[in-house]
Design a protein around this ligand. Structure first.
Ligand SMILES: Cc1cc2nc3c(=O)[nH]c(=O)nc-3n(C[C@H](O)[C@H](O)[C@H](O)COP(=O)(O)OP(=O)(O)OC[C@H]3O[C@@H](n4cnc5c(N)ncnc54)[C@H](O)[C@@H]3O)c2cc1C
Length: 456
């Protein structure tokens, strides 16, 4: 006989609705849907309501998934199987500054190819799982968090320029607000319409860069940006300048892989200047045709000029200004325990989780795939906390799984080709690009990892 669920609907607020935030929301929703248990989720058998069976990520065979840490899994399955269906489904509120989900990995192509631009931005109304009555997606910007009183203050973004500050109580809060970077390596717009307009204007500008484009910064983003400009606009001269002797110099990768990426980039037609810092900031001189010519000066006295200089080096800052300083490290990243909970000692920290790019971590390269995986672990840990703290549920002690995912993998698009590194080994080539990134720069792959199938 079915027993009515006990307790109250707990409220989970998620700040940031991209890879990490959406993954947490969708997994929590699946965990708490009638008939689903953590064990079914782990076995890839969970079904999303709305009739038809849906694709569910293969948790059981995903070796790197936090769900497969053996020390916790057996116990969590047993407890969750017994208890999860006995509590009321949580209310989930996602607060997102943009008016849709944005697949950031696709930005270099979105900013160079007008046929792709609109694809990576998906309205939340197209994610039919989010139409669950327990889920609300709020267009707004989180402005402040009071950890002690468990209140989020956010400015309502639905009213255009008019800012209204609203309060929201939470039982559990998830921080998935990522990094802020500089245009044009990422978008600035908060609305799809504006984003499309900005991107199309930018593409037109690139088409007119007959004197070339210089990209400064030889990390993954600089490489992908430079290579995609050259790939989409082969007649435009493109130069990448990097201060170190090797590309990808800050990442834990083998020198053979770094050299391979350099070779691929040069084969794509990008000129690469290594081992020289830019010492003088860009000056733009407008010529008689009203075109801006930008000059940069390198530390060996060389001057380079182009129609456009893109700085892919600077300006990445975690979007965490709404959190108290004592939960952040010196660079503004959120300090977390291995369970994803804030590691501070002040009241309220254990009810707040952080994941993805905002997290202070020495665990390697920050990636969309890592944020999606961490979302599964955070959802399970919140489910476990909810059961332990739900009035009416007796003798359940929250067990938290370790969600820290050391990452020594990198998959990088280099124009028409790609390279993939994992645990010291690597592959590269046109086939690698096809297999890993498909024809949509891994947009579909990312959605599959989130467990989502979009309507055709
Ligand atoms: C050009 C480029 C190429 C990349 N290529 C790859 C790649 O090939 N493979 C890969 O795995 N990774 C790649 N990455 C890295 C990847 O994009 C990040 O690791 C990933 O986006 C992190 O996900 P996240 O959910 O933590 O943050 P994000 O994806 O940045 O999402 C954060 C969300 O929070 C919202 N937000 C921010 N502040 C607030 C606030 N105060 N209130 C409400 N909402 C807020 C933002 O609008 C955003 O939607 C690339 C990144 C860039 C910039």
């Amino acid at each position: 006989m079915a027993v009515a669920p006990v307790g109250r609907h707990m409220h989970v607020v998620i700040a940031g609705g991209a890879y990490g935030g959406l993954s947490t929301a969708l997994n929590l929703l699946r965990l708490s849907s009638p008939g689903n248990t953590i064990s079914e989720l782990l076995d890839g058998e969970a079904r999303i309501p709305h009739g038809k069976p849906q694709y569910v990520p293969d948790y059981a065979n995903d070796k790197r998934s936090p769900a497969n840490k053996r020390t916790h899994r057996g116990q969590m399955r047993l407890d969750a199987h017994t208890l999860l269906s006995t509590i009321k489904k949580p209310k989930i509120t996602i607060i997102e500054a943009r008016d849709g989900y944005y697949h950031q990995v696709g930005t270099p192509l979105a900013h160079t190819s007008s046929s792709y631009t609109s694809r990576p931005w998906i309205n939340y109304s197209d994610f039919h799982e989010l139409s669950d009555p327990n889920v609300t997606v709020v267009r707004g910007t989180v402005e402040k968090v009071d950890l002690g009183s468990k209140i989020v203050k956010y400015s309502d973004g639905s009213a255009g320029n008019h800012k209204t500050i609203r309060d929201l109580d939470y039982d559990y809060l998830v921080i998935a607000t990522g990094l802020r970077r500089m245009w044009p390596v990422v978008l600035l717009a908060m609305e799809k319409k504006q984003y499309e307009k900005d991107s199309q204007q930018f593409i037109k500008k690139i088409e007119n860069c007959r004197n070339g484009v210089i990209v400064v910064g030889g990390g993954a983003i600089g490489i992908e940006t430079a290579a995609e400009i050259k790939h989409q606009h082969p007649t435009i001269p493109v130069t990448l300048v990097h201060s170190r002797k090797r590309l990808l110099s800050s990442e834990p990768l083998s020198s053979e892989f770094q050299q391979t990426v350099l070779d691929l980039l040069r084969q794509q037609g990008v000129s690469v200047v290594l081992g020289h810092r830019v010492i003088k900031s860009v000056e733009t001189i407008t010529n008689k045709h009203q075109n801006g010519i930008s000059n940069i000066h390198l530390d060996d006295g060389t001057a380079l000029s182009a129609d456009m200089v893109i700085n892919a080096n600077k300006g990445a800052k975690p979007a965490t200004e709404f959190l108290p300083e004592d939960v952040l490290d010196e660079n503004g990243f959120v300090k977390v325990a291995s369970t994803g909970q804030l590691s501070g000692a002040q009241p309220g920290c254990s009810s707040v989780f952080a994941l993805g790019d905002v997290v202070s971590s020495s665990e390697g390269i920050k990636l969309a795939s890592t944020a999606i995986r961490a979302g599964r672990g955070v959802a399970m840990n919140i489910a476990s906390c909810m059961m332990a703290n739900q009035p009416g549920v007796v003798s359940y002690h929250a067990r938290q799984m370790d969600i820290a995912i050391p990452n020594d993998t990198l998959k990088i698009v280099v124009g028409g080709t790609a390279a993939a590194y994992a645990q010291g080994k690597f592959t590269f080539g046109v086939d690698v690009r096809k297999k890993i990134f498909g024809d949509d720069v891994a947009l579909s792959r990312g959605l599959r990892a989130l467990g989502v199938i979009m309507a055709e």
